[in-house]
Design a protein around this ligand. Structure first.
Ligand SMILES: *Cc1c(COP(=O)(O)O)cnc(C)c1O
Length: 427
């Protein structure tokens, strides 16, 4: 209790109304898909600790890689210097990327990856002497909490700051789910809105930014591959840069290594973070097409991208990321991912059959989500608390309950979690 009491005295927690929130849980260790408190009680981490953990907590191979790197070189500034872990990491990652997406800009987290992407897109057009002022995004997008990321996002969290953000245009996001009869109508509305927008503003638009296939923070909202293909084709025809924010969807979350592979369309700029280090350390990458990079090359410094952070390309983060990528190439990991995708489909299918209160069931790769027909904020909060008591960690988003576990999760644990969930959401 002492740490919790001291926490209450000193600490300001993220996304929390401390006045009404309960006390935080003090976690002392993690192993596999489980977290443990001081009493040894376990909690099944069904949200991968905010969508970043891939292989389980305190994975020994990643821990060892960080230790070895820390005892060799903990950090060096990245302007005028480089190091092996950074180079090895991007070389490994480039195996998963199309040939053109070949320049890697490091930063610290998802928000900074997006800030860099937005600034690069904006300066790119200036450097080409064809300045474009506008950004386009989806309704319900989330790209982080710094100012540029807030501007291109659509979260109610950002309400107090919206007047300070640069204006952006939005188009509808045709959210869909299993057996959704309206899907094509919704897609037509979105594509028509895009066409109308591009006719008047296409030439003024620097970039479009989106979370491909799966909007995370706005409630695990899924759209179809066919829709995104049409959308990207229209944007590319209009010469608008496409930024894919794969901060959450990267590293097999949606079943493929990157979500954009399913669309078979390349982004001009790609943002990565969260799972990049397997969930061990904050690190991010903004990957750009070679042609964009080349627009920053000049004899004068003005055309350079004068942007960076103290911990850019931190070697410890890079070492963790290399170890995580090594695990991702193992066939045993790929088997786990494939199994998890199948279990999620099967178990969510059963749940939505068994419980009338479940609507809009949707799965995408390792992610499963549904909405509750009858819900309110108090109910969702008490559901979360009850499940925590039962040793299951979820974090509903509005009316949406989702399960996004680490890939090491055992089938029996997932079955048990669905059983507990089913019991609690019956009305
Ligand atoms: C979490 C998230 C971000 C922000 O990442 P942080 O590391 O929290 O700054 C950006 N984009 C997407 C899609 C995310 O899910």
């Amino acid at each position: 209790m002492t740490y919790i009491a001291k926490d209450k005295q000193y600490i300001w927690h993220p996304f929390t109304q401390t006045k009404t929130a309960g006390l935080p849980l003090c976690i002392v260790r993690g192993k596999g898909a489980h977290l443990y408190d001081a009493q040894g009680k376990s909690y099944l981490d069904l949200i991968s600790s905010w969508w970043c953990n891939l292989h389980g907590h305190s994975h020994p191979e990643i821990a060892q890689a960080i230790y070895q790197q820390a005892s060799t070189l903990e950090h060096v500034m990245f302007a005028g210097f480089t190091h092996k872990p950074a180079v090895i990491l991007v070389e490994k990652l480039s195996n998963y990327l199309p040939a053109g997406l070949s320049r890697f800009f490091f930063s610290d987290n998802g928000s900074t990856a997006v800030e860099a992407a937005v600034k690069i897109a904006y300066q790119y057009w200036q450097n080409k002497q064809e300045p474009r002022q506008l950004f386009l995004c989806f309704e319900g997008g989330y790209h982080g909490d710094t100012f540029g990321a807030m501007a291109v996002g659509n979260s109610h969290y950002h309400h107090p700051f919206k007047k300070l953000c640069f204006p952006v245009q939005t188009i509808p996001f045709p959210q869909t789910w299993e057996n959704d009869p309206q899907v094509e109508a919704k897609e037509t509305i979105a594509l028509t809105a895009l066409k109308t927008y591009l006719q008047t503003h296409g030439k003024e638009t620097a970039a479009f930014i989106a979370e491909p296939l799966l909007q995370g923070a706005s409630g695990m909202r899924v759209c179809r591959v066919e829709f995104l293909q049409k959308l990207v084709d229209l944007l590319k025809d209009a010469g608008v840069l496409v930024i894919f924010d794969e901060v959450m969807t990267g590293f097999y979350r949606t079943g493929s290594f990157f979500a954009f592979e399913q669309i078979a369309r390349e982004p001009d700029i790609l943002c990565l973070s969260k799972g990049l280090t397997g969930g061990f350390l904050p690190l991010a990458l903004t990957v750009v097409q070679q042609t964009i990079y080349e627009a920053f090359l000049d004899d004068s410094i003005e055309k350079a991208f004068l942007h960076g952070h103290t911990y850019t390309a931190n070697p410890l983060g890079c070492a963790a990321a290399i170890a995580s990528l090594n695990l991702l190439t193992q066939s045993s990991t790929l088997n786990k991912i494939n199994n998890l995708c199948l279990w999620q489909q099967k178990l969510l299918g059963e749940l939505s059959q068994n419980v009338k209160n479940v609507e809009r069931p949707r799965t995408l790769g390792t992610m499963a989500a549904f909405d509750l027909k009858t819900h309110n904020p108090e109910l969702m909060q008490s559901l979360q608390t009850t499940l925590l008591k039962e040793g299951v960690l979820i974090r509903p988003l509005g009316k949406t309950i989702y399960l996004l576990p680490p890939y090491c999760l055992e089938e029996a644990d997932l079955i048990r979690a669905y059983k507990i969930l089913e019991h609690q959401i019956r009305v």
